[in-house]
Write a protein that binds this ligand. Structure first.
Ligand SMILES: *Cc1c(COP(=O)(O)O)cnc(C)c1O
Length: 478
């Protein structure tokens, strides 16, 4: 594709938007400028291709298509069927899954679809069976009451939040923490790694209906073969949420015991993190759960987003190309270079390193909270996010960690030398920042002191690091 075509496409689109609401066009252009200038180390973000972005901006957005391919509640869905079928086919081929459901609007929605499919498949409830057999008129008020009681209160065992698990794995602020009776497994305090014997013990004691693996902030591989054996030993359904690391599975960096697809009963993911597609979610499963998963809409989802499914098909086609495997390997190589650079300079890392796309710095070694570190880095042009570390003494708001990840910078083309330079910049900021005090002179977990000259100098060096690696080089907005 010529650079010219991409520039023309985005320029024309902006011109059309500008004609209606110029402030929106200006904000879109400003977002590109901001992204181009920032050293983005947010582990959950990436840069989708121009083809993926362009596939979203069209009249597919206008179409209602509740149901599934070939079985819609609306007429005239033949073109939606085409893109949904293509996205699902690419997903099945890419991940070696027998079934793919590409409608979820986000990762949380994909998890809701999976939870419902598992409940519908597993919960022993005569009322639920009647409802599923569409004998709804036979259900009494007492049946409905029993159904609600039986569907709630099911048991889920997932990774604890402070060990890197996700809100949707049964934690209070999310509906999963209210629907499910939840327990969590953590990591070994000495090594920071998942202790599979402890997971097995927790599963034996708790007997969960669902065992969940997957994380947002655990910097290591997970052995899904062992997790499946644990699930089988207690009759649990094994679900893997690969939202963060789907790109590493797609790129065949995680294979064998570390590839969730052959081991899990059901796998959920986002499409916009390391997988580098449009914002959205997806569910993969075997034939046993396929029918229930396909009821995601209208069970827990509204009408599908056909324009996003079109973009998913494009991004998944890209991920099936050989150069995506090369990209996935570079993500991990870069994370290791970043971890090595930080360790060499004396930083303390949770688990002592990484074997995926992310690194978790324990900033208490610098005498800072995660919040202080995050803001000081941001002042210096380095975009990260604060994150709990295992057994975090500062809680989930202030935290003691900084999570950094390499999918986005790797897309731009940065490599090991730039990762080492990035480690130097991070270390400089964190070692030059000191905790501040509140109005009463008491130590503050939020305030910090950083010489503006240091922030400015680091910001300039961060910008210089990016100069040889332009973001969206094919897009010139003029
Ligand atoms: C990001 C993430 C999600 C949620 O994805 P959204 O698209 O933001 O809803 C779910 N699970 C895990 C493990 C995640 O990292």
């Amino acid at each position: 594709m010529s650079r010219n075509a991409e520039s023309t496409a985005f320029r024309s689109a902006l011109e059309v938007v500008r004609g209606v609401e110029p402030r929106v066009a200006a904000a879109i252009a400003a977002e590109l400028a901001d992204q181009r200038e920032s050293l983005k180390l947010i582990a959950s973000e990436n840069y989708a291709s121009p083809a993926t972005l362009l596939a979203m901006g069209n009249w597919f957005s206008d179409k209602y298509a509740e149901g599934t391919v070939g079985r819609r509640f609306y007429a005239g869905c033949q073109n939606v069927d085409t893109v949904e079928a293509l996205a699902a086919e690419h997903a099945r081929e890419l991940f070696g899954a027998s079934h793919a459901y590409v409608q979820p609007h986000s990762g949380i929605d994909a998890n809701l679809v999976a939870f419902w499919a598992i409940l519908a498949d597993r919960v022993e409830s005569p009322a639920l069976r009647k409802a599923q057999a569409r004998q709804v008129n036979d259900l009494t008020e007492a049946d409905w009451f029993a159904l609600r009681r039986e569907l709630g209160n099911q048991r889920m065992l997932g990774m604890s939040l402070d060990a890197g698990g996700h809100l949707t794995h049964g934690f209070r602020p999310n509906i999963s923490g209210k629907m499910f009776d939840q327990r969590s497994y953590g990591t070994d305090p000495a090594t920071g790694l998942i202790d599979y014997d402890r997971v097995a013990e927790a599963a034996r004691e708790f007997k969960p209906l669902i065992l969940v693996a997957g994380y947002s902030a655990y910097p290591r591989k997970v052995n899904f073969r062992i997790m499946r054996e644990i699930a089988d030993s207690v009759g649990a359904t094994f679900m893997v949420d690969m939202a963060h690391f789907a790109g590493l599975v797609a790129g065949k960096v995680f294979t064998g015991d570390f590839d969730p697809v052959p081991h899990a009963h059901i796998v959920t993911t986002t499409t916009h993190k390391s997988l580098r597609g449009p914002r959205g979610g997806m569910v993969l499963c075997g034939p046993e759960l396929a029918d229930q998963v396909d009821r995601g809409c209208p069970m827990v989802l509204g009408g599908p987003l056909p324009h996003v499914m079109a973009a998913k098909a494009v991004a998944l086609a890209e991920a099936r190309r050989p150069d995506f495997a090369d990209y996935a390997q570079r993500i991990v190589d870069n994370a290791q270079a970043l971890a090595d650079g930080l360790l060499r300079r004396g930083a303390s890392l949770v688990t002592g390193g990484t074997d995926n796309h992310l690194v978790l710095i324990d900033v208490s070694g610098y005498g800072l909270t995660g919040r202080q570190a995050e803001q000081a880095l941001l002042d210096s042009g380095i975009v990260t996010n604060r994150n709990s570390v295992p057994q975090d003494p500062n809680g989930a708001w202030y935290t003691s960690g900084i999570r950094i990840g390499t999918p986005a910078l790797t897309t731009r083309g940065l490599g090991a030398p730039e990762m080492d330079a990035t480690a130097e910049l991070i270390h400089t900021v964190l070692s030059q920042t000191t905790p501040g005090t509140g109005p009463d002179g008491a130590p503050s977990k939020a305030k910090y002191v950083l010489d503006p000259a240091v922030a400015e100098s680091v910001g300039k060096q961060a910008a210089d690091l990016l100069t040889p690696f332009p973001l969206y080089p094919s897009v010139d907005l003029g």
